[in-house]
Ligand binder design. Structure first.
Ligand SMILES: Cc1ncc(COP(=O)(O)O)c(C=O)c1O
Length: 439
């Protein structure tokens, strides 16, 4: 009789392509992967695959490992917690690190109002719960989100997401009472005024402002293409929400925890969102997410109405507390701004070399940077094929890279905030070599 496959997997060294073939056979195609690179280990800003090949990491697992892979302080905190216990459920018998983390998040969230926190496990759950809180607080039903926004893959978060392919195809009907307005992107000719007029139009045509529970906005659109919300737009949304008693939710899941050169990106606009959603970079690779917001709103849902089995796992709380210490002790807010400068110099030089290909650079918000690839220097000719080819070649040359954008033509840079200048330059040399080959 043949040995079971599992034993083979544990004992036999396979190549990336062999693992990919097994994955394609075992895992549904909807959960795809960017590159056939199966990770064996990672440290700081480097990853090694099962074949021993090394990659510089410009993606950090989509803005998660902001202090680098296996940061010793975070690893030690989680290991120490593991020695004590791994799970009791925060809604059954809680533990002190969940309280300490809630207090810390309440202190860090932008604005002077008294805050409270609830824990969940993923970003999408944080978004779902923020909407539940806004509805419970306001007694209203509608939620306004933006074209190109990304809020997750669960039903409500997917409904709020402003892009069909690949997130919404085949998954309708979508939850009711969700509305979308254009997001202001100067490069695409959409002004702040256009967006605000569109919201006014929604108020006239689709839903009265008095029926709107929340407006949810990413201070910088992530999956949508790394488009920063102009400061005056966020300020106008704040004013609009104040005028109509609407809850303003800032989705800081990708932008939070020093990534953008501020602790939270909303700080650039000087606004206090009513609720913020956080996840990703908060715990440097351990699954934990939260909603942090004004205490009176956070307390609107009834006891037991929010939570989950793994909500605020003690391992996630330990990791997040350690990560927040690392952000402080290692000056990661400043580090994000420093590294942005190193990238910006290289990206500007690259744009000067490939002016018809690199249509636009976005380098003004810390370590959340992007270049938009077009044909003939024309914003209306997005080059998704080149973007895809560049990704493939970058992995082949040893650089882990991510794309984004509703039109599939944006390369995004999300390095660890403490990546060395040497590794940035080595990675950018690879990008330049790829463009030399492809353009
Ligand atoms: C802004 C934003 N919101 C929500 C999410 C969903 O988070 P998760 O994938 O943890 O559910 C993401 C993930 O990319 C995100 O970038």
């Amino acid at each position: 009789m043949n040995e079971p496959q599992l034993k083979v997997a544990q004992t036999q060294k396979l190549t990336n392509h062999e693992w990919q073939a097994r994955k394609d056979d075992a895992v549904a195609r909807a959960q795809g992967n960017i590159a056939p690179v199966f990770v064996e280990r990672a440290s700081g800003s480097e990853i090694w695959d099962v074949e021993g090949k090394r990659y510089i990491d410009f993606g950090t697992g989509i803005a998660v490992c902001s202090a680098g892979h296996c940061h010793p302080k975070v690893t030690a905190a989680v290991a120490a917690q593991l020695e004590k216990f791994s799970h009791t459920c925060v809604m059954v018998t809680p533990y002190d690190n969940s309280v300490r983390l809630a207090e810390k998040l309440n202190e860090l969230a932008p604005g002077p109002s008294k805050k409270k926190t609830i824990f969940v496990t993923t970003g999408a759950e944080a978004v779902e719960n923020a909407v539940k809180i806004a509805r419970a607080h306001s007694g209203r039903r509608g939620v306004i989100a933006f074209n190109g926004g990304f809020h997750g893959r669960t039903m409500l978060a997917m409904g709020l997401t402003g892009k069909i392919t690949p997130y919404k195809n085949l998954f309708g009907p979508f939850p009711a009472e969700l509305y979308h307005a254009p997001f202001p992107i100067e490069y695409h000719g959409i002004t702040v005024e256009d967006s605000l007029k569109a919201i006014d139009n929604l108020f006239m045509v689709d839903i009265a402002p008095s029926d709107v529970a929340a407006i949810i906005v990413e201070p910088i659109q992530g999956e949508g293409g790394f488009y920063p919300a102009p400061v005056e737009f966020l300020q106008a949304l704040r004013a609009l929400c104040d005028e109509h008693g609407i809850v303003l939710i800032a989705d800081e899941i990708q932008t939070g925890f020093a990534r953008t050169g501020k602790m939270f990106c909303s700080e650039y606009a000087g606004i206090e969102p009513d609720l913020i959603t956080v996840a990703k970079g908060m715990a440097n690779g351990f699954p934990i997410a939260a909603v942090v917001g004004k205490a009176e709103m956070m307390d609107a849902p009834l006891p037991g109405g929010l939570g989950g089995t793994y909500a605020g796992s003690p391992l996630g709380c330990a990791a997040a507390l350690a990560m927040i210490d690392v952000i402080d002790e290692e000056g990661l807010v400043d580090a994000a701004n420093h590294i942005a400068g190193v990238f910006a110099a290289r990206l500007q030089a690259l744009r000067a070399k490939f002016p018809d290909t690199i249509g636009h650079l976005r380098t003004n918000h810390g370590a959340m940077m992007a270049m938009e690839l077009v044909k003939n220097g024309d914003v209306e000719q997005p080059d998704a094929d080149l973007t895809k080819a560049l990704l493939g070649l970058a992995y082949a040359k040893g650089l882990a890279l991510l794309a984004c954008g509703t039109r599939g033509n944006v390369i995004r840079y999300l390095p660890a905030l403490n990546i060395s200048d040497e590794l940035v330059n080595e990675g950018m040399d690879i990008i330049e070599a790829c463009l030399d080959e492809l353009v």
